[in-house]
Design a protein around this ligand. Structure first.
Ligand code: SF4
Length: 205
């Protein structure tokens, strides 16, 4: 399939991209994305109401009592590691970025707990800047749709960037995750409901 055919199918199904994470500003977005590692967005949403009420800004979170933060994060698992990540991230935001969320990949990846995937997701969702987010869903869907044969996120990202035009990166980054999460699932892809079933070589018919 060409990039135009894939975009057409996705745009028909997802005219407007959305995210499952709840947030009201880029600080909350960044923290929610860090917390979403190894858990579901639904679980993150269940605890961020309390977290953001108690620590609404980087300065509040930076000075938080780690045990108090761990208690809030406990339902997510890995609460010790995640508490350290988000409080250290807040500290760097205050000390190096005047409490503002940076808008470049280079600066975002200087923050604790922020790798290339998280930084790219913040650029896309928070700043509408062109970036490609490669998570487990994006990688699987890209392989099944024959966009890439690569295994590492960095190489999959390169192939996705070559395949789609830069003006479509933001859109693709958001919907490919939704498509992988709800239609082209890892174990039992819902091929019968999929708009690519006629052309997808990985379709299970
Ligand atoms: S046809 Fe099946 S395997 Fe192919 S993209 Fe659709 S859900 Fe995924």
């Amino acid at each position: 399939m060409t990039n135009t055919e894939i975009l057409k199918g996705l745009r028909h199904h997802y005219p407007k991209p959305y995210t499952d994470l709840d947030y009201t500003n880029n600080f909350e977005l960044l923290i929610a994305i860090i917390l979403s590692a190894q858990t579901t967005d639904k679980k993150v949403n269940e605890i961020t109401k309390t977290l953001f009420k108690n620590y609404p800004a980087p300065l509040d979170l930076m000075g938080a009592d780690l045990e108090e933060v761990e208690k809030i994060l406990q339902p997510l698992g890995m609460q010790k590691q995640k508490s350290k990540s988000i409080t250290n991230c807040a500290k760097t935001l205050v000390e190096q970025f005047d409490s503002k969320i940076p808008d470049t990949l280079e600066d975002l990846t200087k923050l604790a707990g922020v790798g290339r995937k998280t930084a790219s997701a913040v650029l896309v969702k928070g700043f509408n800047k062109p970036a490609i987010v490669v998570d487990t869903h994006a990688k699987r869907v890209s392989q099944r749709l024959d966009i890439t044969k690569q295994e590492t996120p960095e190489k999959v990202e390169i192939d996705l960037k070559k395949f789609f035009h830069e003006e479509d990166w933001c859109y693709i980054s958001q919907v490919i995750v939704l498509f992988g999460r709800y239609i082209c699932m890892a174990k039992k892809p819902n091929c019968q409901e999929c708009f690519f079933i006629q052309s997808c070589k990985s379709a299970i018919i």
